[in-house]
Design a protein around this ligand. Sequence first.
Ligand code: HPA
Ligand code: ZN
Length: 335
Amino acid sequence: MKEFIQSLPKIELHLHIEGTLEPELMLELSKRNNVQTPFNSIAEIRDAYNFHNLQSFLDIYFQGTDVLINEQDFFDLTWAYLLRCKEDNVVHTEVFFDPQAHTERGISFDTVVNGIHQALVKGRTELGISSKLIMCFLRHLDEQSAFITLAQAQAHKDKIIAVGLDSTEIGHPASKFERVFKQALEQGFLTVAHAGEEGSADNIHQALALLKLSRVDHGVRCSEDAGLIEQLITERIPLTVCPLSNIKLKIFACMAQHNIVALLRQGVCVTINSDDPAYFGGYMTDNFLAVNQAHPMNKTEIAQFTFNAIEASFISQNEKNRLTTVLQSYLDFNQ
Ligand code: HPA
Ligand code: ZN
């Protein structure tokens, strides 16, 4: 099964590019840019990655972003992630970035988006990995800051397919961003949002009702509400679930208690993703392996995660059909 999972064509739909900053690159950039970090070695950095909830992770995650200064840094970060995708046979990825984590530090929006975009273009031509870019608003910042960020994105509409919502869920409801999302939708952006990660099923309801979402990021707390699960199934609303992240941030006590396989078997359009792999101990293959180890599945069930991801992705119908054929051939050949 390990080989089947390793070579399975994969699609990633929930990945924060800032969350792919490996300790080695963090130290290299801190030297290159002469930016102090509180850490003196790789071991010290890894030691700090013991989180007890979402906020304890976010504090370290935002600290890590301080070493990213120049366009080249954002390029190098993204390129390293794409090389890692190649190893895991990730054929398509939809990447989040947090512009405000950088503009708040005086880095220009253009620097951030151009660096990431150049690497994604190179990934397409040199690695054959297709991609989309999704701009997230930080929900702990105010509405005005989100509106400013949306205005900065206007010059880059050709590079950004959707807007999202991340950072601290509790205390920062979807309603705070209803007007920003309305404007983004009017401008042609698709929308996604983190909901039901640390917050309750009510947050998922609210986000769906107010933000016209194409999919829900995390959403695992839906299990608290049978009516919501019914809605997710009948309306085919996808969830981008991040198993290793959920264990690291103590959303579930252990993988055996994770609900992703139960949701799959109920018919929810769930997908497997890595979220912030440099911080949570694993990329795409690691996440699939961890889920399968705790919840043994057959090959058809494992492949269903990628079928779901194809359906949930923002690629064209033609491209969806092509990837479906590739995946079905892989499954048939390996049965
Ligand atoms: N949740 C909320 N905000 C985030 C996450 C997450 O899992 N990763 C990066 N920012
Ligand atoms: Zn996330």
